[in-house]
Every structure is written in structure tokens, then in C-alpha cells.
Design a protein around this ligand. Structure first.
Ligand SMILES: [Zn+2]
Length: 123
């Protein structure tokens, strides 16, 4: 199951990398007089697509995205009261990735039983 997911991620990353590489070659042909700065800018824009994708996939696959099964003392705590958060299931969270690209993640969300503050624990 995990291997299958890894394989699927691997293939998608490779496909996207190839896409970006051939896109860069095409861009180079279409912009033969591009300056170093322009090439740099285009490359980093293209690479940010791959980066956003990898960050999203890795974050989704990370076990820390689901801490509901953790014992109370290992759960994330409220930054104000240091109380273990009450899990409230998963919610969509939009993060700003590199290059201003938005990444949408399904992350565990919790509220503090003491002050009621809701947050997405880091991880
Ligand atoms: Zn609190």
C-alpha cells in the first residue's frame, strides 16, 4: 500500500520533471537572447511547480498529518495553555508555497480544550 503510493508519487514527480525540462528547452529555443536573469527567473518559476507538488505529496504522506491516534501526551499542544489539543478531524488548509504558488493540504485540525483556540499543528 505504502509502496504503491510511493511508486505513484515517484512517477508523477518524474513526469512533471520531464515536463519542466522539455518546457525549459522549448522556452530556450523561443527566447534565444534571454539574459542570465531571465533564464534564472524562468527556471525558478518552472521548478517551483515541481517543488510545490513534492511538498504537497510529502506532507500528505507524512504521518504527522494525522495525530488523532496519538496518546494524549504526544499530541500537539496549545501554544497559549500547553494543553493537548482536541482533534477536530481534517480540514483543508491553504499554504503559500514558493513562488507564490498555493498548495492545498488536508491537515488535521484541533482546538484547545482550555481557551478554544483552533489551529493546525505543525508537521
Ligand atoms: Zn489554549
Amino acid at each position: 500500500m505504502e509502496d504503491e503510493m510511493e511508486e505513484a508519487m515517484d512517477k508523477e514527480w518524474r513526469d512533471l520533471s520531464e515536463d519542466i525540462l522539455s518546457g525549459m528547452k522549448e522556452w530556450r529555443l523561443a527566447h534565444p537572447k534571454a539574459t542570465f536573469r531571465e533564464i534564472e527567473q524562468e527556471t525558478s518559476e518552472q521548478m517551483s511547480r515541481l517543488q510545490a507538488r513534492i511538498v504537497r505529496d510529502v506532507a500528505i504522506a507524512s504521518p504527522s498529518t494525522d495525530w488523532r491516534s496519538l496518546p494524549q501526551e504526544e499530541r500537539p499542544t496549545c501554544p497559549n495553555c500547553a494543553k493537548a489539543l482536541t482533534p477536530r478531524g481534517k480540514r483543508k488548509r491553504r499554504l503559500q508555497g514558493n513562488g507564490g504558488r498555493e498548495v492545498e493540504l488536508n491537515r488535521s485540525y484541533g482546538t484547545c480544550p482550555s481557551c478554544g483556540m483552533g489551529l493546525f499543528p505543525p508537521g
